[in-house]
Design a protein around this ligand. Sequence first.
Ligand code: FES
Length: 111
Amino acid sequence: MIVCSCAVISDRDIDVAVSEIMSTGPGILPTPGVVFRHLNKKMNCCTCAPVTVAAIYAAMDRLAQTTRVCPFVLAEARAKLIRIEERRQQRQLRINAEIAKRARRPQRAIA
Ligand code: FES
């Protein structure tokens, strides 16, 4: 299945990339940016980001089942990815609230 139509990345590509990234060492998180860079691709429109994150989680689940990578490393990486996603969502909520607040503010007449 194609996950990113801009860069033409499939879920199989993400599976392989996450496996290689997680096998290199415990310090690297398979964020969408890291996965795209690992595949020598660039994000363009970023509409695939939620699907990419889901594909990364699915790849990590498959790795955990096949035990090719230490389960503790996978669990730690998943926890960090969840924290990053929560911070991104909170940042987006703050941005949306600020945009709504500015939209409600009365416009001043230009003299
Ligand atoms: S669909 Fe992935 S960057 Fe556009």
